[in-house]
Write a protein that binds this ligand. Structure first.
Ligand SMILES: CC(C)[C@H](C(=O)O)[C@@H](O)C(=O)O
Ligand code: SF4
Length: 418
């Protein structure tokens, strides 16, 4: 039977020849990821069900990224719980406070390979589908089950295949494309679907850009984002991982496949306006909106390519006195590259603040929170009410290039106008 990539991966993980969308299967898990914020709940649930030993410590990755270094006693307590768990369970793939955001560190350190089933106690686990894996966020009690047995049930999702065609204009990035798609289909437009990205535009994207597309699949309700592995994927993976991999491809006549054409010819930079990710407008409609804080970072746009785009615009310029600018590399590897390439100096000279790799203000639980009435322009993925601090604040979402241009002017600005 013709199948989609997601169906093929899930069939393999369930030890079956084929599966159909809608079917409930029990899948073997290749990678289980937990972080500092939700990990302790999973550990608690794991203990509650009477488990003592995890099924396979070599398939579990634990990292700290949401509140690092600890910003409260509670955060420090969470870290203690997870450090203790890692030690008692002999989990070797543990990244303490210094390494960066889970969705950057996992691919970077070679934990993600094509054909894997990856689960994480974080909704943006869908990011890893960019490398041809089936990756999805799960709750902490589901994670307890995974820790104990190495298995989890899934309802096999149907697939929406977004075929993206066209050459992006100057200053248009993967972020603009995914915002445009979410704006069109809405925050529940792909509920429980595997969102597969294909087409010549995706083929031309580097891995970082593909990670951006899959990262935001959850913002339209997707069960996962996924991109067929190609030579760029294999090159990326082979540099980082010794794990075996399986390249799967969607059969064009798979019965559960819905196809949507996306033409990005002539697309302007896109902005998601408060307070929903699908409240997307072309930049020309919001240019000039005053802002108080700019945040470049997060698991969406805190990668080296984003920092390079920002540095190109900020070089020799100054951040407006009206705004504060926070730049947070997504990982230590990204930070080191940015240092070696001289980007950090450009940012500091421009007047930006650089923080250690972490989630930062993205979910309003750590540093750089907004006060009542304040407005943020952020390269992250969510702009719900109160997301970055006060419920009376507002968050706009954009690419790193738009964020950098806007930092110079103190208001939302198209990079071509710098
Ligand atoms: C803290 C965590 C559970 C949460 C998520 O699942 O996505 C966070 O990372 C977010 O982005 O809101
Ligand atoms: S950067 Fe933001 S979206 Fe990504 S994992 Fe951290 S809090 Fe969640």
């Amino acid at each position: 039977m013709p199948m989609t990539i997601s169906e093929k991966i899930l069939a393999k993980a369930a030890g079956k020849k084929e599966v159909e969308a809608g079917e409930i299967i029990m899948a073997n898990i290749d990678v289980a990821m937990m972080h500092d914020l939700t990990g302790p709940l999973a550990v608690e649930a794991f203990k509650k069900i009477g488990s003592e030993k995890v099924w396979d410590p070599s398939k579990i990755v634990v990292l700290f990224d949401h509140q690092v270094p600890a910003d409260s006693i509670e955060a420090a307590e969470n870290h203690i719980i997870m450090r203790k768990f890692v030690k008692e369970q002999n989990i070797k793939d543990f990244y303490d406070v210094r390494e960066g955001i889970c969705h950057q560190v996992l691919p970077e350190k070679g934990h993600v390979t094509p054909g894997d089933v990856i689960v994480g106690t974080d909704s943006h686990t869908c990011t890893h589908g960019a490398l041809g894996a089936f990756a999805t966020g799960i709750g902490s009690t589901d994670m307890a089950m995974v820790l104990a047995t190495g298995k989890l049930w899934f309802k096999v999702p149907e697939t929406i295949q977004f075929k993206i065609e066209g050459q992006p204009k100057d200053h248009v990035y993967a972020k603009d494309i995914i915002l445009y798609i979410i704006g069109k289909i809405g925050i529940d437009g792909a509920t429980y679907k595997a969102c597969e990205f294909t087409g010549s535009t995706v083929k031309n994207m580097n891995i970082s850009e593909r990670l951006v597309l899959c990262n935001m699949a959850i913002e339209m309700g997707g069960k996962t984002g996924i991109i067929e592995a190609d030579e760029k994927t294999i090159e990326y993976v082979k540099k980082r991982s010794k794990k075996p991999y399986n390249v799967m491809k969607t059969d064009p006549d798979a019965p559960s496949l819905e196809k949507i054409q996306v033409n990005i010819e002539g697309l302007e930079p896109q902005i998601a306006c408060p307070h929903n990710v699908d409240n997307v407008k072309p930049i020309s409609e919001v240019e000039g909106t005053e802002i108080d804080q700019i945040f470049i970072g997060s698991c969406t746009n805190g990668r080296i390519e984003d920092l390079r785009d920002a540095a190109k615009i900020l070089k020799g310029k100054k951040v407006s006195k009206k705004v504060r600018m926070l730049i947070i590399p997504a990982s230590r590897e990204v930070y080191t590259k940015a240092l070696n390439e001289g980007l950090i100096k450009i940012f500091i000279d421009a007047g930006a603040i650089i923080c250690n790799p972490c989630c930062g203000p993205c979910l309003g639980g750590h540093i750089g929170l907004l006060g009542p009435g304040e407005v943020s322009l952020s390269t992250s993925n969510r702009n719900f009410k109160g997301r970055q601090g006060s419920p009376e604040s507002e968050v706009y979402l954009s690419s790193a290039a738009v964020a950098a241009a806007s930092a110079i002017k103190g208001k939302i600005t198209h990079p071509k106008n710098i």
